[in-house]
Design a protein around this ligand. Structure first.
Ligand code: NI
Length: 262
C-alpha cells in the first residue's frame, strides 16, 4: 500500500528534534509521498531543504493568512523564486483565516488574490486554507477562476454545497484527522457525496491527530486512519482507498516528473 500525505509541516518546532526520524519511519510504514507545505518565506525554504534531503518529500511555497501581515511588496518576488525549484509542486498554503485573525482581513484577501494570480501565471496548483471565512474565500476563488493547474482545499471544513461549487471549478478536497472525530457529521457527509477521483488525504501534522490517537503529536504515518475513514464511508476496501487517493494527489501535483509516469 502506498499512501500520500498531501499536507504536513515537518518544519514545525514540535519536530525540531526528530523530523528526519519521523519522516523515515512514516516512509517505512507505507507513506511513500509527503508534501511539506510552506506557510511563510522561511518555512517554504525549509520545505524545499527537506525535499532536497528526501526523495519522497515534495514542497509547496506560499504564505499562510496568519503570516501575510508581515510581508513586504517585494516578498512576492521571493515566492516566485522559490517556485522555480523543481520539487515545489504547488503554491500554498494560502487563504483566509477569520478564526484567529492574525493578519488584517483586507491584507489576507489581497495576498490571497496575489498568490492565486502567481499560481495561474506559473501554472502551479494551489493549496487553500480556509477557516471561518467560507464566503470571502469562495468569492475570491470564483473571481480568479479558472485555474489551469487546479488546486485543493486542505482539511476541508465547509458544507457539501460549497464542495459542489469547488468541484465545478476543478478543485480537489482534502480530508484530515477531523473527519475521524466524533463530531464530524458534516464533513463525513461531504466525504460521502464526494466523487472518488477528487479526494485527497492529509495529516496537517503536527496538528489534528486522527482518532484514536487524538491528543498525541500527529505525523504522516497517521494518514492511514484517514484513508481507513475514506474506505469506511465510501464502502470500499482500504487498498482501493489508498490507491485512488495517492493517484489523485499525483495527478494534482503533476509538476514532479515522477508523478507524470502514472
Ligand atoms: Ni497546514
Amino acid at each position: 500500500m502506498e499512501l500520500f500525505d498531501s499536507h504536513a509541516h515537518y518544519d514545525d518546532n514540535r519536530f525540531i528534534d526528530d523530523a528526519d526520524e519521523v519522516i523515515t519511519k512514516a516512509y517505512e510504514s507505507g507513506v511513500k509521498y509527503i508534501l511539506n507545505a510552506g506557510s511563510d518565506i522561511e518555512t517554504s525554504e525549509k520545505s524545499i531543504e527537506l525535499a532536497e534531503r528526501f526523495d519522497f518529500v515534495y514542497a509547496s511555497a506560499g504564505v499562510h493568512p496568519h503570516e501575510v501581515g508581515k510581508l513586504k511588496e517585494n516578498d512576492m518576488e521571493k515566492i516566485r523564486d522559490l517556485c522555480r525549484h523543481p520539487k515545489v509542486v504547488a503554491i500554498g498554503e494560502i487563504g483566509l483565516d477569520y478564526y484567529y485573525d492574525h493578519s488584517p482581513r483586507e491584507e489576507q484577501r489581497r495576498w490571497l488574490s496575489k498568490q492565486l494570480n502567481l499560481a495561474k501565471e506559473l501554472e502551479l496548483p494551489v493549496i487553500i486554507h480556509n477557516r471561518d471565512a467560507h464566503d470571502d474565500t469562495m468569492e475570491i476563488v470564483k473571481q480568479e477562476a479558472p485555474f489551469k493547474a487546479g488546486g485543493v482545499f486542505h482539511c476541508f471544513s465547509g458544507s457539501w454545497e460549497m464542495a459542489k461549487e469547488l468541484l465545478q471549478i476543478g478543485f480537489y478536497i482534502s480530508f484530515g484527522g477531523p473527519v475521524t472525530f466524533k463530531n464530524a457529521k458534516k464533513t463525513v457527509e461531504v466525504l460521502r457525496n464526494m466523487p472518488m477521483d477528487r479526494i485527497l488525504v492529509e495529516t496537517d501534522c503536527p496538528y489534528l491527530t486522527p482518532e484514536p490517537f487524538r491528543g498525541r503529536r500527529n505525523d504522516s504515518s497517521y494518514v492511514r486512519m484517514v484513508v481507513e475513514k475514506v474506505a469506511e464511508v465510501k464502502g470500499i476496501h482500504i487498498d482501493e482507498s489508498a490507491r485512488v487517493t495517492t493517484q489523485n494527489a499525483k495527478r494534482l501535483f503533476h509538476r514532479s516528473l515522477e508523478f507524470k509516469k502514472i
